[in-house]
Design a protein around this ligand. Sequence first.
Ligand SMILES: [Zn+2]
Length: 706
Amino acid sequence: MKRRDFLNVTVGAVIISPMLSSATGQAAASIDPPPGLIPTPVGEAGKWFMNEPTRIGWFTLRYSDALKPAARFVQEVADAKMNLLCLTVGGSFAFYPSAIPFHEWAPGISKSNDFLGTIAREARSRNIRLGARFDFSKQSAESVKANPGWFFTLADGTHPVDASGRTPPCINGDFFRKQAVLIMKEVVSRYEPALVYLNNFGNNLGGQNLPDPCQCANCRKKFLQKTGKALPQTMTDEVRIFLRHCTYETGRIFFDELMKLSPSTILINADTTPTHGWHSETRMVIAPSRLWLYITSEAVNRQRTSYPASVTCNNVTSYSSNSSRLVLMPGQETRMRLFQAIAHGSPPTYVATGTMQQDDQRDLTSAKEVFQWHARNEDLFGNTINPAKVLILTKPESAPRGRDIVIQQSLRGVYRILTENHIPIVVSETMETITQQPGRFDLVIVTPGAPIQGLEKFVSNGGRVLYIGEEPAFAIPAAVRVHDLTNVSYVEVKDQHLFPSLKGLTYLMATSMCPYTVIDIFSKAEVKTMRFIEYPEEKGTSLSFVPPMIENPAEVSQTDLKHTEIPAVLLRNHGTGRIAYLPWDLGALYDRMAIPSHANLLTDLVDHLLPKGRQLESDAHSSVEMVLAYQQSTGRHLLHLINLSGQTQNNYMDAISMGPIRISINGRFKSAKAREGNTGLPVSYNNGRSEFTLPLLKEYEVIVLE
Ligand SMILES: [Zn+2]
């Protein structure tokens, strides 16, 4: 999940998915659509980030950390085998003797004590790259007094002040557009960072707790220019889009200036394009937010698959929340999340408040174990792609660091079923993944809100597509009606020929009780109904729709049960391809309830549609996550196995060792070597497949296939 869903908190509730309808939104805005969220490809000089075995220590410093010994900090980073040290360098406080007015020096900084200068020098001498993190969101009272026009302005003309006495600048004022650019350029020219990261880049972001739009002269003038209207005093969808435009325009100044000054430096802006990529964040789950076991995997998988020419990293955030920074994630979870990240192709990235001098050394020790494993086996990392043959198409992220939390359930359910069954998958939010390599995928699974333009051609040419809760634009008849239901309807299994795994079962749930609330770390939305789309009756359909009925009390339950021939699955040949379509949202149901019959139904349909069988088969327990990688520079296939069995409710214990695990993979590989056990696994061949057995899986393993 992306970290700050603030823009999505309210906007998310406005988005209406085809299958799950939530609250309807405000009137359409008269402003141009906001800029897209497509990251910029990195140039040749920036390819190191994904192609080399990068390991990132990411430190959000307190200003008091400038008093700590810088050389020792770098030595500890080196001992932990981190090779990119990203740390807060400036923005609100300068960790170096800045010459820019009002860029307040952190305690202890002087012309003769340049904390950042020492860090940069010590890092360079150990071949550790430097990442410069800027957060411009809090400025001093002196700065506000001297330049009130730079700052976020309330309706009464005053400026908001936080608990530390500081004020956020406005994205449209000359602090962001001039002064902050000078600060970035000062750091880049003095210390030559390989990465620049911009945090809290915009107005009304989550960390600022400012709900209403800034009323400064620049905002009012710009809003009038863009819409012909006066700027409202309270937040609206139109103002949110306006702010996306403004943030983009200011972000572009930074991007262009940085590329002029240092074309090889990578820029990650957390909140707007242009950016060389998006980072995602993994944080502890605090109830009532729901656990999402594959949060790290899916975020990295999606970015790597959708935007392979850009960068991504998943920041495993140590602190339990922004409001409890002294209490850290359980060490076992930290290791598991870092293993998920590296298996899917992210540099391992560990985020801490402060330096390596943590008050909870246990979590840091866990992180170091993964970094050291990565360093000992660094030939396995970098320059990899995920060669899975099943692609899930999903709805694009709705804002920087934001998703539609309602529709996300549909993706999560499908992702989880396939991963629990060891079916290798990639996730994309763009059709380009298919149009650029139409022959790459054996099966495409479409989830609600996914981009589907162009899929007809893919199917006509022999492609296989499974639509789940998203209507195909071809090959099926017009819908008879849409049932927006608040109670339970069912699917009746009429013919088990297509669904051997549903043996002994007659009914599956098609819609659940509504309304219900979806809660994510920063946002909340209500699902008012679930949908079943009715199509003309099909004699002999293998799954049929059963409308809601009397369920209570038990004595009279099912007295009005109706058997129908309304199809709950539609199967069609089209051109030389084939589609299957479930006109109800199996993914959202599995995400919430995890009823095994939904998983059985889905894997049976996947098997029906896969012409040459599954790419990977295994008898491993469902808590073993398997991830395929193909390393382009060496031509090796790598099978990552992550043992998730330590996950219990929302806690994490040590994983239970497992084995033997039998694995069968499509293709003929001469050798299979388990890296952790340092053992060759005897390979046998059967029908175009290579088969081998891993004797024991502890917490993590990579099997190298050559
Ligand atoms: Zn403003």
